[in-house]
Write a protein that binds this ligand. Structure first.
Ligand SMILES: C[S@@+](CC[C@H](N)C(=O)[O-])C[C@H]1O[C@@H](n2cnc3c(N)ncnc32)[C@H](O)[C@@H]1O
Length: 211
């Protein structure tokens, strides 16, 4: 690449992420403006991919990517494990970016426009795993996420993974689940790092339903 060439995409963990300078992303940016920080792909997603690569999942696992934004975590689950993925987000403006990345990575991902409280028990019964990268960054996100995760565990979702650089609201959420399992779930907050596509450090809250 010559010095004047601008990088337009990155590849890691077997998926392609288009960057802001990519012509297709530039085209979408002229038409769609996400509001709640869904304007780009957030890097905590790599921590979830790295963790799940070690954990594995059966083909056809039903995955909900909550606060999906551009949807790369879910797209990776579909690509790596042939998972059946739905991306849920409060902001419909993120979905064209998700659709673009699903197409570029040759997978299909369903979408649901809803806030966390709108994902009800009946819908949650259709998922085995919930992932969420960088979705607990404001204090007011803690309670809706707490409610969502508790509904999910009651609906028999087996595992929930939330990734974050380690902000205070995330730690509050993690503390709640670590201290209140009461035989219904186990929860741990893990320090994780990856070196590709670049060095990223952060925290994962991993909650597993018991029984
Ligand atoms: C920082 S971005 C992270 C996006 C994506 N998970 C990633 O890692 O690239 C936060 C996302 O959460 C969504 N979001 C914010 N509040 C939400 C809520 N109450 N319910 C559902 N989604 C929400 C935003 O629209 C945005 O797409």
């Amino acid at each position: 690449m010559s010095e004047t060439q601008v990088k337009t995409e990155i590849k890691a963990y077997g998926i392609k992420v288009l960057l802001a300078a990519h012509p297709e992303v530039r085209r979408l940016k002229r038409q769609h403006t996400p509001t709640w920080h869904g304007n780009k792909f957030w890097t905590s997603s790599w921590l979830i991919m790295d963790f799940l690569r070690g954990e594995g999942m059966p083909s056809g696992t039903r995955v909900l990517d909550a606060g999906c934004g551009w949807g790369l975590t879910g797209i990776w689950c579909a690509r790596a494990f042939d998972a059946e993925v739905t991306g849920a987000d409060i902001d419909e403006e993120v979905f064209p970016y998700l659709d673009l990345h699903a197409a570029v990575n040759k997978v299909e991902v369903a979408t649901m426009e809803t806030d966390f409280d709108g994902i009800r028990t009946a819908a949650l019964k259709k998922f085995d795993l919930i992932v969420g990268a960088d979705i607990c960054f404001w204090d007011e996100m803690v309670d809706p996420l707490k409610r969502l995760i508790k509904r999910a565990l009651n609906a028999n979702v087996r595992m929930v993974i939330i990734a974050d650089p380690g902000r205070a609201p995330f730690e509050q959420l993690a503390g709640y689940f670590i201290n209140n399992g009461e035989g219904k779930w186990t929860a741990e907050a893990l320090d994780r790092k990856v070196d590709k596509p670049r060095r990223i450090r952060g925290r994962l809250l991993v909650i597993r339903k018991r029984g």
